[in-house]
Design a protein around this ligand. Structure first.
Ligand code: ZN
Length: 305
């Protein structure tokens, strides 16, 4: 009996946690992967718990990519169990050493928001490419795809720095609800003041709000920002309290901190998320974004930007 082998084997099934990992996996894997992202737009990874249907999805996949450094705090146990049967890789732990990470305010725990520094997050492409190459002969392009993608990310990294520096120095401060932007701060030279702690599990206190209001009034910050995956209540409370003090600020826009925008839009890509955030921050705080670099032209054309 003849057995015919198809030239196109089944793509590898990959399940990812946050959208930023799903997008890097698609960019690196191309046609050799079928990616299912567990956490869509607006979802807070710190609080996310696996549903029964998520567990079934995870059990049936070939590979699981998650971030690690305790970003997916509630999934640790489930991922630990699954890792005994399924290739389960913590991409940021695999790409970024503990020494390169920041500590959460007031503690020794690692700040998990590593995608906010594009030069660090770019390295997750290598971890993903390596894993895919080992898992399937159909993924032999993954390494080359990762290199091409990293060229785009290197250009994005430069562009963010060049754009942020145009903000007048006293106004170069990012006020948000939760502490997702410390890596962005370190990489691109903008101060951050967040009302709430690094995880979203604790509510902002009256004292937190009061001290943020004082910073906004003192530095005459023209805009503060809400986040797509965080309840805007905290930032609205700051806005209200600032207005009671003879200084006016405004909501400068909504930033993507822990989740990306809608799938099928530019903001639903990792590059687009950082592009949107930077454009929103720079324009609201009185700067001008730098011209789009050559390496991002094809990305921009894809999304008609
Ligand atoms: Zn967060």
């Amino acid at each position: 009996m003849l057995i015919a082998f198809s030239a196109f084997a089944q793509p590898l099934n990959v399940v990812t946690t946050v959208g930023t990992i799903a997008d890097v996996t698609k960019s690196v894997g191309g046609e050799c992967v079928e990616v299912t992202g567990l956490m869509g737009p607006g979802i807070d990874p710190h609080l996310y718990k696996a549903s029964a249907s998520d567990v079934r999805t995870l059990q049936r996949t070939d590979i699981i990519f998650y971030s690690g450094y305790n970003l997916e705090g509630q999934l640790g146990e489930v991922l630990g169990k699954l890792s005994r049967q399924i290739t389960t890789v913590a991409v940021s732990e695999g790409a970024i050493t503990e020494e390169e990470t920041l500590r959460k305010a007031g503690g020794n725990a690692t700040d998990p928001h590593l995608w906010m520094d594009v030069s660090l997050w770019a390295r997750t492409a290598d971890v993903i490419a390596q894993t895919l190459t080992e898992a399937s002969p159909d993924c032999q392009n993954a390494m080359a795809n990762a290199e091409a993608y990293k060229t785009q990310l290197a250009a994005l990294h430069e562009w963010i720095g060049e754009s942020i520096i145009t903000i007048p120095e006293t106004q170069r401060i990012l006020v948000t609800a939760h502490d997702a932007f410390f890596y962005y701060s370190r990489a691109y030279g903008i101060d951050v003041a967040s009302v709430q702690g690094v995880s979203t599990q604790s509510e902002a206190s009256i004292e937190d709000i009061r001290s943020t209001v004082a910073t906004v009034a003192e530095r005459q910050i023209p805009a503060i920002f809400i986040e797509s995956s965080i309840n805007p209540r905290t930032i609205e409370a700051v806005l209200q309290a600032v207005e009671n003090q003879e200084f006016t600020t405004k909501i400068g826009g909504s930033l993507f901190s822990d989740a990306m925008g809608e799938a099928g839009t530019a903001n639903g890509t990792y590059i687009g998320m950082l592009y949107h955030n930077t454009q929103t921050i720079v324009e609201a705080l009185g700067g001008t974004i730098a011209p789009l670099p050559e390496a991002l032209q094809s990305w921009a054309e894809t999304w008609n930007l």
